[in-house]
Design a binder for this molecule. Structure first.
Ligand code: HEM
Ligand code: PLO
Length: 483
């Protein structure tokens, strides 16, 4: 059969090719299968041609760990595609930049800034709790209404990452926030989803609706970033580094004054803007998506919600708010978060990796320049590793006493692993825990009466999106009585 790749569909599915051969095979046709059947049907590894690109798909955790951990450096490259080049100004960010000294420096700077302002600091916990309180306030005012919680969850998460990146936050209805919501959705819908134009770049010379939308959205994003940049430059003071943008600006300015971060390395304005754009974009879209999946699963599994609430009532009660230090006290909530990350991985194909030299996976040779897609969906739904993988069962992450969380299988990589591992794992886990704990301490989330349970099927994009749904947040009797 001839390959037939309607835009947007390809990445949500898996395509069949021959098992990875010692030499790239001749151009083969691509079939499609829902990616849940990939591992069972095609085994741990297979390859296919997408346009002129040789693509290797990895379906099992053993091969995934070989790529990400054991041979992490050999597979640390990223493909250049039309859409990610537009998003990142030709790979000047972190996520879509190829391996090299500048990428290393950008990662190091962000890591240092996140540690300084965020992870492990009480200041960040305070910021998250402030946003959690505001989220609960909104849910209270909309009580018993069928509410689309997505914008509220997004605002809460955005304000945390906005504080980290720009030392600012948004109020409800802020037009800049509304614009951000719109452009970011446009980007998620159009970037890095194995669309035709990313497979056959020459197609960009023809009119293309998705590409036009992406360019429009990037224009709005760029204006926002540029404005923040200008404000930060104006207010910059070397002695008080307030946020990530200041931290990057400091490195940039000291390079201008003759002290580059490393000999021969120059961090341009584009690198600085794209780095902040990445952290802001990743910070918003990933964590919000996981929160939406969590709420959706709690609607489907009210008994899980009840168990979380019972655990909270017993361990922390209703007289005080949850703190980060309560994490060891609430293993069932932690297990629920782990299960959500397993059953609906935010990034079900990670970001494609590229081999930087001739290398191998298992017994197969992989040529330099091959694109390697880690099928995290298969890894997280592998029947040999997970008992009834389609079932939502937080208990699988608990030990026999139900007191500690652990992964029952090594086939679990929600944040990737190795040299390209997610930079925001610690931050994301802090937010997921606190937002869910605050909301569930006060409210029971229900599906509005006379509405069917919303679909658990994801919508593929650069993140696995949740379809729109409405929720009724009912104030818990116990909370009402206690307050
Ligand atoms: C990369 C997952 C939140 C920043 C990744 C990757 C995954 C991932 C799977 C790709 C790893 C690879 O390609 O091998 C998640 C999940 C999150 C989350 C599940 C939320 C629950 C965040 C947050 C930030 C962030 C909050 C920012 C503060 C990044 C960056 C990369 C990345 C910059 C690119 C790393 C690189 O290419 O070197 N993330 N992420 N992520 N993530 Fe996250
Ligand atoms: C999300 C939309 C934003 O407007 C721009 C953006 C920047 C970084 C991307 C993020 C988007 C999607 C999720 C990504 C993140 C970098 C790492 C993260 C791809 C496109 C993941 C999950 O890998």
């Amino acid at each position: 059969r001839r390959p037939h790749l309607p835009a947007g569909l390809a990445a949500a599915r898996c395509m069949l090719g021959p098992v990875v051969p010692r030499r790239p095979p001749p151009l083969t046709s691509a079939l499609r299968e829902p990616f849940s059947t990939c591992l069972g049907r095609y085994g741990s590894l297979f390859a296919l041609w997408m346009g002129s690109h040789y693509v290797v798909v990895v379906n099992s955790y053993r091969h995934a760990k070989e790529v990400l951990l054991k041979k992490g450096k050999a597979f640390a490259g990223r493909p250049r595609t039309v859409t990610t080049d537009l998003l990142s100004r030709g790979g000047k960010d972190i996520a879509f930049a190829s391996y090299g000294p500048l990428w290393k420096l950008q990662r190091k700077l962000v890591h240092a800034a996140l540690s300084m302002f965020g992870e492990g600091s009480l200041a960040l916990e305070k910021i998250i709790c402030r946003e959690a309180a505001s989220l609960c306030e909104t849910l209270s005012t909309a009580q018993d209404m069928a509410l689309d919680v997505a914008p509220e969850l997004t605002r809460a998460v955005t304000n945390v990452v906005c504080s980290l990146c720009f030392n600012s936050s948004y109020r409800r209805g802020d037009p800049e926030f509304e614009a951000m919501l719109e452009y970011s959705q446009g980007i998620v819908d159009t970037v890095a989803k194995e669309s035709l134009v990313d497979i056959f770049p020459w197609l960009q010379i023809f009119p293309n609706k998705d590409l036009a939308l992406l360019k429009r959205c990037l224009k709005v994003r760029d204006q926002l970033l540029q404005q923040k940049f200008a404000e930060h430059k104006e207010a910059f003071c070397n002695d008080t580094v307030r946020d990530l943008m200041d931290a990057l600006l400091q490195v940039r300015l000291s390079a201008e004054n003759g002290s580059p971060p490393a000999p021969g390395l120059s961090l341009t304005d584009d690198h600085l803007l794209m780095t902040v754009g990445d952290i802001f974009g990743a910070g918003v879209e990933t964590t919000t998506t996981v929160l939406k999946w969590a709420v959706l699963y709690l609607l489907h599994y009210p008994e899980v919600q009840r168990k979380i609430q019972e655990e909270m009532d017993q361990k922390i009660g209703l007289a005080r708010h949850p703190h980060l230090s309560d994490r060891p006290l609430l293993p069932y909530l932690e297990a629920t978060i782990s299960e959500v990350l397993r059953i609906r991985p935010v990034s079900p194909l990670l970001i494609p990796h590229v081999s930087l030299a001739d290398t191998s996976i298992g017994e197969y040779s992989i040529p330099k320049g091959a694109r390697v897609v880690i099928n995290l969906w298969s890894v997280h739904h592998d029947e040999k590793e997970w008992d009834k993988p389609e079932e939502f069962n937080p208990g699988r992450f608990l030990d026999e006493q139900g007191q500690h969380i652990h992964s029952p299988s090594p086939s679990y990589l929600p944040f990737g692993a190795g040299i390209r591992v997610c930079l925001g794992e610690v931050l994301a886990k802090m937010e997921l825990f606190l937002f869910l704990a605050w909301v569930l301490q006060r409210f029971t989330l229900e599906c509005p009466r006379d509405q069917p349970l919303p679909s658990l099927e994801g919508k593929f994009g650069v993140v696995l999106q949740v379809q729109k749904f409405r929720v009724k947040a009912r104030l818990r009797e116990a909370w009402r009585a206690a307050s």
